[in-house]
Design a binder for this molecule. Structure first.
Ligand code: SF4
Length: 375
């Protein structure tokens, strides 16, 4: 049996950030209690699958999971891993500065969480205000120091670049600050101004303008150089890690591994089927109150469609994919796919070395464009 990973979504945030289009919102009335009840019922529905597989990684994401009291987070974790022996598993909590104190972090560390991902986004207060974040740069640094003091030895910091008005120097200020703290992992996300968000309307009215592609590309490549010079491996388009500290949970997504997603809008992928939970709070709650699996859609891919999906996911990482392995898995489809691979190789965007195909690191920035040519 293949191992399984578990993602658990906590959709609550103190306040919605100006760029956010995730399944997240400030909790109202008794929403938190109702949601936790529903999550517990959903875990029970998955109990047979959870018991039949080795659970490799658990990831509490959001939203802002660190808004919930540590005891509630730990009781959910114990439901997923009732034997209590967490061994070598990677158990991650997403946390935002200003939502959790040292004592809470200690409880979480003692209770089994061994990796923390902190949404720093920037070490410049004006940028944090622009993004609508609820914390200051100082609180970001405190969150990091507290996590270390609580015993976390595997810490990720998220940063955003490409913020309207941000200069290369502004971004490098935040990045250098992050590096000086010495986290094991860094995720750098390019700000994407999504339809329907407050930043989108400000952009539409002409009040703010997005940065040019060249400016954003300069930030990305400068970050790449700075981080590799500081001992971080650029192992995925947006992710950098010290040796041995890749996100094992996210690697499951990028290597076509199996996982279940619990909670609002969460996605599961196992036995060749991808299933998505509803994004509407009431739909999710009512399905579970009737003891039904809260499934909004279900899709399954085969042949060339599955091969494309797997190859594209794997190409996100510096490991790329092994031709032999994919040929064995998709014997007929691979021949059809190969033509496109060879044409990308000829144009110098993809490289092949002893049967392993990869996007060249310097082309990671345009990887979405490269991947679209494989469709
Ligand atoms: S903290 Fe994260 S999930 Fe919550 S509103 Fe901000 S960006 Fe969205």
């Amino acid at each position: 049996m293949n191992p399984l990973s578990v993602y658990l979504h906590i959709p609550f945030c103190k306040k919605k950030c100006a760029y956010c289009d995730f399944a997240s919102f400030p909790a109202q009335g008794s929403q938190v209690e109702k949601y936790l009840e529903a999550l517990k019922l959903e875990i029970e529905l998955y109990r047979p699958l959870l018991q039949s597989r080795e659970i490799k990684t658990v990831y509490f994401g959001g939203g802002t999971p660190s808004l919930l009291p540590p005891d509630k987070l730990l009781s959910l974790l114990r439901m997923i891993l009732p034997e209590g022996n967490f061994g070598e598993r990677e158990i991650t909590l997403e946390a935002n500065p200003g939502t959790i104190e040292l004592e809470g972090l200690k409880k979480l560390r003692e209770g089994g969480f061994n990796r923390i991902s902190i949404g720093i986004q920037s070490f410049k207060d004006q940028e944090l205000i622009f993004l609508g974040r609820v914390h200051s740069s100082k609180q970001g640094e405190e969150a990091y120091q507290n996590a270390r003091q609580a015993g976390f030895k595997n810490i990720n910091l998220d940063l955003i670049y490409g913020i309207p008005g941000q200069s290369l120097g502004d971004f490098l200020f935040s990045l250098n600050k992050a590096v000086s703290l010495n986290p094991e992992h860094l995720s750098l996300y390019c700000l994407s101004i999504e339809r329907g968000t407050p930043l989108f309307y400000r952009m539409k009215s002409g009040e703010i303008s997005p940065l040019g592609d060249d400016q954003v590309a300069r930030m990305y490549h400068s970050a790449r150089r700075l981080l590799s010079g500081n001992g971080y491996e650029h192992y995925e388009i947006s992710n950098f890690a010290r040796p041995g500290f890749r996100s094992r949970h996210n690697m499951v997504y990028w290597t076509y591994g199996e996982y279940i997603g619990l909670g609002l809008k969460a996605v599961s992928f196992y036995e060749g089927i991808r299933k998505g939970n509803p994004g509407k709070f009431d739909e999710y709650i009512s399905a579970l109150s009737e003891r039904r699996a809260p499934i909004a859609y279900r899709t399954g891919k085969k042949g060339i469609a599955a091969l494309r999906e797997e190859a594209i996911l794997r190409l996100r990482t510096s490991d790329g994919f092994n031709e032999e392995e994919l040929r064995r898995k998709y014997p007929r489809a691979f021949n059809l796919f190969q033509k496109k691979l060879l044409s990308l190789k000829e144009s110098g965007l993809i490289e092949e070395n002893r049967g392993r195909w990869r996007i060249k690191e310097r082309h990671f920035f345009i990887s979405l464009e490269i991947m679209s040519r494989l469709l």
